[in-house]
Design a protein around this ligand. Sequence first.
Ligand code: UDP
Length: 143
Amino acid sequence: MAIERTFSIVKPDAVGNNKIGAIYSRFEDAGLKIVASKMLHLTKEQAEGFYAEHSERPFFGALVGFMTSGPIMVQVLEGENAVLAHRDILGATNPAEADAGTIRADFATSIDENAAHGSDSLESAAREIAYFFSTEELCARTR
Ligand code: UDP
């Protein structure tokens, strides 16, 4: 099993609903360790840059509006097969299709406001971590 790092966002809807701790508990209960974490209120430019791959999609403007509508938590999670393990507990993009017990099934209301983000590959994880964190901000969890 490979120890990986992946990137995660608790989105503005879930922060607004006071679910930061509940969602962090899901990470820890799944064996994922938080190795960096901070609260941010994204600018339009930051949100557009983060979701640049979706810039031609019809929902892009609404997505940027949603992601800048309130503060978010950004975090780096570490663990065995962290990218897939995190996507598994996140659930499908559309909460109506997410498996019972997943973060999106339990905390999201719609595909537009779906509570949390998780990197979809190791390559995306590396890019997304670097978008928000310097290497000095990533902590070793050796204890
Ligand atoms: N999204 C949306 N409407 C759609 C599809 C996606 O608002 O029809 C948003 C949603 O917040 C999603 C994000 O765009 O989380 C990125 O989409 P992606 O397909 O990468 O899904 P994810 O990797 O987040 O599950």
